[in-house]
Design a protein around this ligand. Sequence first.
Ligand SMILES: Nc1nc2c(ncn2[C@@H]2O[C@H](COP(=O)(O)OP(=O)(O)OP(=O)(O)O)[C@@H](O)[C@H]2O)c(=O)[nH]1
Ligand SMILES: C[C@H](OP(=O)(O)O)C(=O)O
Length: 213
Amino acid sequence: MHTVVPFSGTDPCTRLSPVLEPAERREFAAAMRDDVLDAVDAAGGDPELVVPEPLDCDQADVPVTVDDRDLSTAVNAALDADAGPTAVVMADLALAEPRTLAALFEADGDVVVAPGRGGGTNALVVRHPDFRVDYHGASFLDHLRAARDAGASVREFDSHRLATDVDEPDDLAELLLHGDGRATRWLRQAGFDLTVADGRVGVERTTSGGDPT
Ligand SMILES: Nc1nc2c(ncn2[C@@H]2O[C@H](COP(=O)(O)OP(=O)(O)OP(=O)(O)O)[C@@H](O)[C@H]2O)c(=O)[nH]1
Ligand SMILES: C[C@H](OP(=O)(O)O)C(=O)O
């Protein structure tokens, strides 16, 4: 399935600023993006990166569309450009696995919505010509409503791995618990490790880690 992967790499993951320097955020975001592109590819998807400005990407085979408009406008333009079924998978889903994405692609519904924790929308399948995205805020609820307003059948896709977008420092624990891709390796090499204190799991950075690339 044609799969749009939106990615903004110049100043990414600003909510991780308390624990990562700007250059580290760029490296980490690129590692997550490449994990997602690999997983989409292995799931039988056809990834297309949609980016606000040209980028250096190791994944030379992946088509890149540059669109400097806001996230929702850029994704809707990609939906407009392809009348067929299209998936949208965010580039910060570092736990996404091929089998989970394959199940998403196969799920029935004119619109299939995989919510993110906290009310966002981490992945979508769009098979209805009138459905358009509107990200940020409680976009999961907005997308359910937009699908119904368009007269589309809608299905929620319930998946821990797809619900885990990496936004906040606490989200890094999910990668250290469940991940094994580039982004998780990057974190470990940068000196991040799990902690357990007072019965709670957390993350600490024990060393600056040198160059984790
Ligand atoms: N093409 C495009 N992608 C974007 C844009 N803004 C965010 N993205 C991507 O959309 C996905 C979800 O975005 P966010 O969860 O807000 O991630 P982020 O912008 O890196 O993180 P924060 O700065 O912490 O909000 C990520 O894959 C981003 O790379 C944009 O303006 N254009
Ligand atoms: C793009 C946005 O991401 P969040 O800010 O919820 O991580 C959303 O899912 O609507």
